[in-house]
Write a protein that binds this ligand. Structure first.
Ligand code: SF4
Ligand code: SF4
Length: 276
């Protein structure tokens, strides 16, 4: 079963939930798709033994063949190639590797070269994987795609999604069996949860909600979920000991058997068909 854990915004507790779930199951594969800032390793402490570069193809121009016609620049939807005074300028960071400029060039002056954008790192046993985007690189999806090629079929797969509801989240959660939406009882948390709910409903993926930093006095998330007929799968209370553990790199599921069992039960509930 492939479970993606996402949240409408960063800092909500997405990694707490995804890493706790992975840490609670006897065997699972944890994949950190939050490639701009992967931090599941801080809690799960894997021994990284494999580092594989991720490359994308970007255009290069043979100036001996190029006549400066400008057709490549017109073909590019991403402003990654432009022709100024008969000279072709390439902005590789903006390139989406679609190949349109190569097709458009009447002189066959464009070929492709590899560009290194980051790495995929893993342990030796196939339980922990994370992507890491090079600093300054703007395009994350090729690394997420590489990570998803490594998903196993024999054990539960937990994907820690990037925050938000952008194309990187779509790339992470598509083809997943279930999404856990992590939120917190604040106006921002509710606002971003509503956006995340719209996304997973549009994609037709079953989902439920985990409330992190839950407080008795704030029932706004419960009210929304009740109104929208969404399952609240778990609440993690806003407690000092949980926050202190987190600051030391200790997850609730690592700190107590009770929480470990809670997360095991969360998995069983999802597996048993909890859906909204
Ligand atoms: S490969 Fe596509 S995105 Fe990249 S420069 Fe060419 S047309 Fe633009
Ligand atoms: S389309 Fe080809 S020939 Fe025309 S400017 Fe671009 S690289 Fe040069």
């Amino acid at each position: 079963m492939k479970i993606a854990v996402l949240s409408g915004k960063g800092g909500t507790g997405k990694t707490t939930v995804s890493a706790s779930l992975a840490a609670s199951l006897d065997k699972s594969q944890y994949i950190d798709c939050d490639v701009e800032e992967p931090n599941g390793a801080l809690f799960l402490n894997p021994e990284i033994t494999n580092v594989t570069p991720v490359n994308v193809l970007v255009p290069q121009v043979d100036s001996d063949k190029c006549d400066g016609c400008g057709k490549c620049g017109k073909a590019c939807q991403f402003n990654a190639i432009a022709v100024v005074k008969n000279k072709v300028l390439i902005f590789p960071e903006l390139c989406h590797h679609c190949g349109a400029c190569m097709i458009a060039c009447p002189q066959d002056a464009i070929t492709e070269i590899e560009r290194d954008i980051g790495v995929v790192e893993s342990d030796s046993e196939g339980y922990f994987f994370q992507g890491r985007l090079n600093i300054g690189e703007p395009i994350t999806i090729p690394i997420i795609s590489e990570l998803k090629k490594l998903m196993r079929d024999d054990i539960p797969v937990i994907l820690d999604s990037p925050p938000g509801a952008s194309c990187t989240v779509v790339a992470t959660i598509e083809d997943c069996d279930y999404c856990i939406l992590v939120t917190e009882p604040t106006p921002f948390g509710l606002h971003d949860l509503i956006i995340a709910v719209q996304l997973v409903r549009k994609m037709g993926i079953p989902f439920g909600v985990v409330i992190n930093k839950a407080m008795e006095e704030d029932k706004s998330i419960h009210q929304y979920c009740e109104q929208e007929k969404i399952d609240v799968l778990m609440e993690i209370p806003f407690l000092r000991e949980i926050a202190e553990g987190y600051s030391k790199g200790v997850l609730p599921a690592q700190a107590s058997d009770e929480w470990k069992n809670n997360f095991k039960q969360l998995y069983e509930t999802i597996k048993g068909g909890a859906a909204s």
